[in-house]
Design a protein around this ligand. Structure first.
Ligand code: 18C
Length: 247
């Protein structure tokens, strides 16, 4: 059966009513607002951000942070992609049906709760990195529109009695991730695939949740984040090729 993109919900331009009555709503709203505000703030003014990867329009910065000997380096990446909109970017990042196609660290992904068209709770397990234990994560994911042709997806760890942490082979890690995208085009023109460009700010903080060798972790980090952002943005460009632009 061929599933066309029109059958899958695009991120809605306004918040779904089923989300605003959910018990997670106050937290989802607060963290999403904070993350969006921070996403487009530059790295120039703040001390400690160091550039560690640069390729074309992509720049990746990190801050070295250790808490009780555990690496929790925050990451901030900037990128610019032509020919796809912020809404399309966020559609592919949020929607679980595409995740295995671009996410290379995944072992399994399960939907714990489909809250609304714009919020889902996920349980994911990741590929194991020797010599550390395998990791899993339980997090809500929320996509929303914002002013200035902006869409943003925020992922943040949560808890659920049916998915207790550290009971099996996996150690639970904690994430706060934000993908914020803003589309621009020349004044006076009508937006099209030929004249739009989308600025991307991707911020991530991963708490490994338990012991992991700092050297191995920073090496994985340095290799996997650039790989993810290049692969994901190329994936969206390929998916959108030849399809009508959705703003
Ligand atoms: O944002 C991304 N993906 C989203 C959808 O999946 C979502 C996911 C967030 C989880 C990020 C944590 C990933 C941990 C992966 C560990 C195993 C990696 C195996 C790789 C080997 C092939 O928001 C894109 C996420 C891009 C992730 C880049 C890697 C980040 C590494 C961070 C360190 C993890 C520490 C735990 C492992 C300890 C190992 C020594």
């Amino acid at each position: 059966v061929e599933v066309t993109r029109d059958e899958v919900e695009l991120p809605p331009p306004s918040i779904d009513n089923r989300l605003t009555v959910h018990s997670l709503w106050p937290e989802i709203d607060r963290i999403s607002t904070e993350q969006l505000q921070a996403a487009f703030e530059g790295v120039g003014g703040q001390i400690g951000w160091q550039l560690f990867a640069e390729e074309g329009d992509m720049r990746m910065y990190r801050r070295e942070v250790e808490v009780d000997g555990m690496v929790m380096d925050p990451l901030k990446a900037m990128h610019k992609v032509r020919g796809v909109s912020a809404r399309e970017m966020c559609h592919y990042f949020f929607n679980p049906q595409y995740r295995y196609e671009w996410e290379t660290t995944l072992e399994t992904m399960n939907i714990v709760e489909a809250i609304s068209s714009d919020a889902i709770v996920f349980h994911q397990t990741f590929k194991r990195i020797w010599p550390a234990s395998q990791r899993d994560a339980l997090f809500w994911s929320h996509v929303r529109a914002a002013p200035q042709h902006t869409y943003v997806v925020t992922n943040h760890s949560t808890t659920n009695d049916e998915y207790p942490s550290n009971t099996g082979a996996c150690i639970r890690l904690f994430v706060t991730v934000c993908l914020a995208c803003r589309t621009q085009w020349p004044a006076g023109e009508t937006p099209s695939r030929d004249n739009i460009s989308t600025s991307i700010a991707y911020c991530s903080t991963v708490n490994p949740g338990g012991w992991a060798p700092a050297g191995v972790l920073r090496a994985v980090y340095k290799r996997e984040y650039p790989k993810f952002l290049k692969r994901f943005t190329n994936y969206v460009v390929e998916q959108c090729r030849g399809k009508p632009l959705v703003m």
